[in-house]
Design a protein around this ligand. Structure first.
Ligand code: SF4
Ligand code: SF4
Length: 658
């Protein structure tokens, strides 16, 4: 074996071994995480991988997504070429050139075209990043370096094959448009120069490949080439807002304040991030100047894991805290943790199904449960919830005051079909009480059999859970579950998407499977089936817009029912805001932020109201009491008194008046 061949064989073998070792080191880091089941529903998981990783479904809906698709598929095709390049460097007998010409020739054509497309896409990506960076800090050296290497790799491919053709050494007569064009360009050059280009190209190709597999893939965001495909397979199927239960037991720790208190999937996420910035671009907290950047949160978790990994592997303590002060690389700042509205926009935007928000909730859980550290304003809320089972601390006997003008039945299994779970806002907040009355009027008009729990009703605990107060949530949830079981409740109507989501998704963890229906869905069904007949079309509310509540839309996929209700009540479909349906923008109240002041940046509700006002609506329709409060407050601040906010139930109730 000539000395160069031996050197190449040693170099490539060492690269493969080093690559495997680098992956193993990362695998060991991920194994530090807590257990989590992600290998169920295998058929759905494979489908998700095909659609979202190989089909790039979420990538394609973003600007320049097609460009990424081209790079991705070129890489997949060239994987075979690159593998062959290295393997045949170690064992020459495994060269593809030994295949029959009928197979090798079309393969070369595919490699040549894929290289050409990848070169073009890499150049487009460089120009794009310079003019329209994917996120404001997106013009990084790393990104340009990687794109340059991709481009050089493709140029080297053409150099190898172009000189081969020019020197008449091609083993098959394949159609290789790019390499053949280069061969034509080089045709007049002397053999020594062609030889030099061939050798230079070969080494450039080899060095770039070695750099890729030993530096860029394992040690930069480019590990996502492997991990993001797996992350689509490992995706979450449950609604993004339902957090797993943590059973209480003496001496155990709650939430996460160290990398090894997150689950292995949380840690795996940090290696799957492509740093595309899509989550950052849609985060209402970040957009309005709060110190929360979901992309940075994921990156900080990865840094934290890498810094503390060896100590944790040896059973030691983490030197760098996961929850730390602002500006510390590898730590997530408390202010960032409390800024999240749990709107789920980040998770919806992420092309590779990274779960940013649940990690923030786990950190909240640690702060609240283990350190009793939370914004001061929450103290009242937590006490009220603990003592009176509602956020305002109002006496439970006041819960039924909303129906002083209506005769309302208590829920009784066998006599009443549905429990109308009024919710705390619907029972106590003066504006929301009008919506509760509207819902009750509609149910009566349609002949629905329903009843309430009255003073026995307690808060569902949504805010507590999103704020990390799992202890009080757990107590409330258990009490509610017990009550529902005792009363024989199986079907529930809610007018609040937070109650809707919590009763439907979170209570399942307590073994209670309820049929929960949001009032928008029920009213829609009643109108469509003819059980609810309107006396007139409501036209006096002028131009209407609909605002999607995050906990109804993004978290539970209910987009059409409220729109159809509006269309049936008014005779025309509502206009859409620029950000709507799955791209909707939070009102600012989710995740318990309803009970917190916005101390930093501008207000989220004003951002949403400004967007609404840019469409000149007369009425903004909502289907959530929190959205109602936030948008009404925003309109007051903007002195837009001519624009009203109406719940969809209020529109329908209007239509019942002649
Ligand atoms: S859930 Fe919403 S507020 Fe929280 S990080 Fe994601 S996008 Fe930002
Ligand atoms: S978390 Fe997802 S959306 Fe955010 S930067 Fe990473 S890959 Fe992109």
């Amino acid at each position: 074996m000539p000395i160069t061949n031996t050197l190449v064989a040693i170099l490539f073998t060492a690269s493969f071994v080093l690559f495997a070792f680098s992956l193993y080191r990362r695998f060991r880091l991920v194994r530090l995480g807590q257990p989590e089941l992600r290998f169920d529903r295998l058929a759905e998981r494979f489908r998700a991988m095909l659609v979202y990783a190989f089909g790039q479904k979420r990538v394609l809906r973003k600007p320049f997504g097609f460009n990424h698709l081209v790079i991705f598929w070129s890489f997949i095709i060239l994987l075979l070429a690159n593998l062959e390049f290295m393997v045949s460097g170690i064992i020459p007998a495994l060269s593809l050139a030994r295949l029959p010409a009928s197979i090798y020739s079309p393969l070369l054509t595919c490699f040549d075209i894929a290289s050409l497309l990848a070169l073009a896409a890499a150049l487009i990506a460089m120009v794009r990043r310079s003019i329209f960076p994917p996120y404001p800090e997106g013009r990084t050296f790393e990104a340009y370096f990687i794109l340059t290497l991709i481009a050089l790799h493709m140029v080297a491919f053409f150099g190898i094959h172009g000189t081969e053709i020019a020197l008449g050494r091609a083993t098959v007569n394949a159609w290789m448009p790019a390499s053949s064009s280069l061969a034509q360009l080089l045709g007049n050059q002397g053999e020594p120069l062609l030889e030099a280009i061939a050798i230079g190209s070969w080494w450039l190709h080899a060095v770039v490949l070695i750099l890729f597999i030993n530096l860029l893939v394992p040690y930069t965001k480019h590990l996502h080439i492997i991990t993001s495909i797996l992350n689509c397979f490992l995706r979450r199927f449950e609604p993004p807002n339902s957090q797993p239960r943590e059973e209480f037991a003496p001496g155990r720790s709650y939430g996460a304040a160290a990398a090894d208190q997150l689950t292995w999937k949380d840690l795996f996420d940090s290696f799957a991030c492509t740093k595309c910035g899509q989550c950052q671009n849609v985060c209402p907290a970040g957009i309005t100047g709060k110190p929360l950047n979901p992309r940075q949160v994921i990156y900080d978790i990865k840094l934290n894991l890498q810094r503390n990994g060896s100590a944790l592997q040896q059973g030691g303590a983490a030197a760098l805290p996961l929850i730390g002060s602002a500006g510390t690389a590898g730590s997530v700042a408390e202010d960032a943790i409390w800024s999240c509205t749990t709107c789920g926009a980040c998770m919806e935007a992420c092309p590779v199904f990274i779960e940013q928000m649940p990690k923030l909730i786990k950190m909240r859980r640690h702060l609240v449960q283990m350190e009793a550290k939370f914004p001061e304003e929450l103290l009242n809320l937590f006490e009220n919830m603990e003592q009176r089972s509602n956020p305002w601390g109002i006496a439970p006997s006041e819960r039924s005051k909303w129906h002083s003008i209506l005769e309302v039945q208590p829920f009784e299994a066998g006599k009443t079909e549905y429990l109308f779970y009024v919710g705390c806002a619907g029972a106590f907040d003066s504006r929301s009480k009008q919506v509760t009355l509207a819902v009750a009027t509609i149910l009566n008009a349609a002949g629905v059999s329903w009843g309430i729990l009255g003073k026995e009703e307690k808060c569902c605990g949504d805010s507590l859970r999103r704020l990390g107060n799992e202890y009080v949530f757990d107590r409330l949830a258990k009490e509610n579950v017990k009550l529902f079981r005792e009363k024989g409740v199986t079907k529930v109507i809610t007018q609040c998407p937070h109650c809707f989501s919590t009763l439907q998704n979170d209570y399942r963890q307590y073994g209670l499977e309820l049929e929960v229906i949001h009032h928008s869905q029920l009213i829609n069904e009643l109108l469509q089936s003819g059980k609810l007949k309107l006396l007139r079309q409501v036209t006096e509310l002028g131009g209407l817009l609909y605002h999607d509540p995050c906990y109804l839309g993004r978290h539970n996929g209910v987009y059409d029912a409220p729109r159809q209700v509006i269309a049936q009540a008014t005779g025309s479909a509502p206009a859409e805001m620029q950000r709507h349906k799955s791209n909707s923008f939070c009102c600012g109240a989710g995740g318990g932020r309803m009970w917190l002041e916005e101390q930093q940046g501008s207000r989220i509700n004003l951002n949403r109201v400004d967007e609404a006002l840019s469409n000149n609506p007369d009425t903004i329709c909502v289907a959530c009491p929190y959205c109602m409060t936030m948008l009404e407050d925003g309109l007051k601040d903007r002195q837009a008194g001519q624009t009203r906010v109406r719940d969809i139930a209020e529109l329908v109730a209007e239509g019942l008046r002649s």
